[in-house]
Write a protein that binds this ligand. Structure first.
Ligand code: MN
Ligand code: MN
Length: 413
């Protein structure tokens, strides 16, 4: 790239652009003044070809200008649902993010689903347990337990449900505008398109067997779609109590609840930085293979430095903007940016923290394939050791150590 005194405007541009980038990076990512000055003089961070895929570029500032503490080759731990294939049918749509999309997500997979009012996610079950959160609207869910007792309930925004593996269930959108929800399965290789569908099974059963099984005349069943219905428009359900009574029959309703009112629960931690709710088999017994934390970080809030001894962490970003840094030992650390609809993942025992980088609340889920939630707080650890041991490691004063939070706060400050 040539430059000359005879072209002052071009020269001015070439000198100023890298400096602007470096100063912005210094403020945003804590790069040192020395590095910013080096960037200013070396033109190192410039983009001669401009932004490549500008929308993605702007959404991933920590890939474009990584914090100087990031280092080494840590595989991507982010996959946006926006990149997932969407299956659309009359009645709604679905898309999934599994280990086939996000290579490290071996223990859990996620599905987004939309059902219009009356739209039915067909009666079915899975080879994995299903954990869910309603993100918009209203639905009626059904399930049956192995005693043959039914569960029918209406769920609303913020409600959870959990259907253990092999428990057949359905979801139907209610008024006024159906629903949209997130499903999480305790198997990274899960495939939402290979669930056991009622109509798929019946379409692959001889009509005379169906007739004998149900004690009805041959020909009572019209032909079913050979690939099953999966999602289809249905008849809007009537009052909940009537459906519950009809489904319970003489056996009675299930003694177990398969849903949970998350937002009616008090946060287990609430600070000026945000709040967290934890739901696992202790307070939601149906969720005996999937534990969850729902975290809200206010602007400037930090999900404190911590790790999980018991399981990998699958994340879903519900709203807002944030970034997560994961440290993977051996000098490896990487920061990635997250926004609404993104999946994140942290392997068991890898330390990490999450910052709200936006000017609105950041809300996200931490999901674990475990019957219980467990984490270790760095601050709590360092304040429950012989103090001199910590001071020797970090070369800090007793005064500094005394300022550390002496318990797990989850959310800082
Ligand atoms: Mn299901
Ligand atoms: Mn975590």
């Amino acid at each position: 790239m040539s430059d000359s005194p005879s072209n002052p405007s071009r020269r001015h541009f070439l000198e100023i652009a890298p400096a602007t980038l470096a100063v912005g990076a210094m403020a945003a990512y804590g790069q040192t003044r020395k590095e910013a000055e080096q960037g200013e003089h070396s033109n190192s961070a410039s983009l001669p070809l401009g932004k490549q895929n500008a929308a993605l570029h702007d959404q991933n500032p920590d890939s474009e200008a990584p914090p100087p503490t990031d280092h080494g080759s840590l595989p991507s731990f982010k996959y946006p649902f926006s990149l997932a294939h969407k299956r659309v049918q009359p009645g709604g749509w679905t898309r999934q993010v599994t280990v086939r999309d996000l290579g490290i997500s071996k223990t859990l997979a996620g599905v987004q689903m939309r059902l219009v009012a009356g739209g039915i996610r067909e009666l079915h079950w899975h080879s994995a347990a299903e954990w869910a959160i309603m993100l918009y609207g209203n639905a009626r869910i059904t399930c049956i337990d192995p005693d043959g007792r039914s569960f029918v309930d209406d769920v609303h925004e913020g409600d959870l449900w959990n259907f253990p593996t092999g428990y057949p269930h359905s979801v139907q959108g209610l008024g006024p505008d159906g629903c949209e929800f997130l499903l999480v399965f305790d198997d990274g290789a899960f495939d939402e398109y290979e669930t056991v569908l009622l109509t798929d099974w019946m379409a692959h059963t001889p009509p005379e067997v169906l007739a004998r099984n149900f004690g009805v005349p041959a020909g009572a069943f019209p032909p079913l779609p050979p690939e099953g219905r999966y999602i289809f428009p249905g008849t809007m359900p009537g009052p909940l109590a009537a459906d519950q009574k009809a489904a319970a029959g003489s056996l009675g309703a299930s003694r177990q609840s398969f849903d949970f009112r998350l937002m009616q629960m008090q946060p287990i931690k609430k600070t000026t930085g945000g709040e967290v709710r934890i739901v696992d088999s202790h307070n939601f017994p149906a969720a005996h293979t999937i534990a969850a934390a729902h975290v809200v970080l206010h602007p400037g809030g930090l999900r404190e430095m911590h790790w999980h001894p018991n399981a990998d962490e699958w994340q879903y970003y519900i709203k807002g903007k944030g970034r997560m840094t994961t440290f993977a030992a051996g000098t490896r650390a990487r920061t990635m940016d997250f926004a609404e609809g993104d999946v994140g993942y942290v392997e068991q025992n890898f330390p990490h923290y999450i910052e709200n980088t936006g000017d609105t609340d950041l809300a996200f889920l931490e999901i674990f394939k475990s019957s219980y939630y467990q984490d270790v707080s760095l601050a709590n650890w360092l304040t429950h050791l012989p103090p001199q041991l910590v001071m020797d490691h970090l070369e800090i004063s007793q005064e500094t150590l005394n300022k550390f939070p002496r318990e797990e706060t989850v959310v800082r400050p």
